[in-house]
Ligand binder design. Structure first.
Ligand SMILES: [Zn+2]
Length: 161
């Protein structure tokens, strides 16, 4: 099942065409990150570009807000945990990330937005990708009237055996 990416532009604080940002951005990162944010409808602010560099510069990753905040601190990027949370949610709304909730208090942000599922290793607190075509979910009930199924998330919890 291919997931439709929905851009809700009104909620992501998009402002376009600010020349000041164009020049600042060049000193921080290659053109790639800023262009990627713009393509997703997000204004490439300094903090967004810096966090996107950490998120997307290392292949497919599953990160919590706390992990990303720690990496930002270690990398000399001064940003609050609240800003990291907000940025992760903005990136998710823009379709750049996918949120995977494993517990009420624990969410991971996945840089791989292609259709796939996860093992969750409860002992280590890590997610392991399962390719989308490896799982078939049978017997999905019809969604309530007036709604459509966006996607089906499967988290298979594993422990040491
Ligand atoms: Zn994943």
């Amino acid at each position: 099942m291919k997931r439709a990416v929905t851009l809700r532009k009104g909620r992501t604080g998009i402002k376009r065409g600010r020349k000041a940002d164009m020049s600042r951005r060049k000193t921080l990162d290659g053109e790639g990150t800023g262009a990627r944010l713009k393509a997703a409808g997000l204004r490439p602010t300094r903090q967004r570009v810096a966090l996107a560099g950490l998120l997307f510069g290392h292949g497919d990753r599953h990160l919590t807000a706390e992990t990303l905040h720690g990496e930002a601190m270690a990398g000399g990027i001064r940003v609050s945990l609240a800003t990291v949370y907000n940025t992760l949610h903005q990136f998710t709304e823009a379709g750049l990330l996918r949120q995977v909730s494993v517990d009420a208090g624990r969410s991971y942000f996945d840089t791989n937005v292609d259709a796939h599922q996860h093992f969750y290793a409860e002992d280590e607190g890590t997610l392991i990708d399962i390719p989308g075509e490896s799982i078939a979910v049978a017997g999905i009930p019809a969604p309530p009237k007036g709604t459509a199924i966006d996607r089906v998330d499967v988290v298979i919890r594993i422990r040491r055996a």
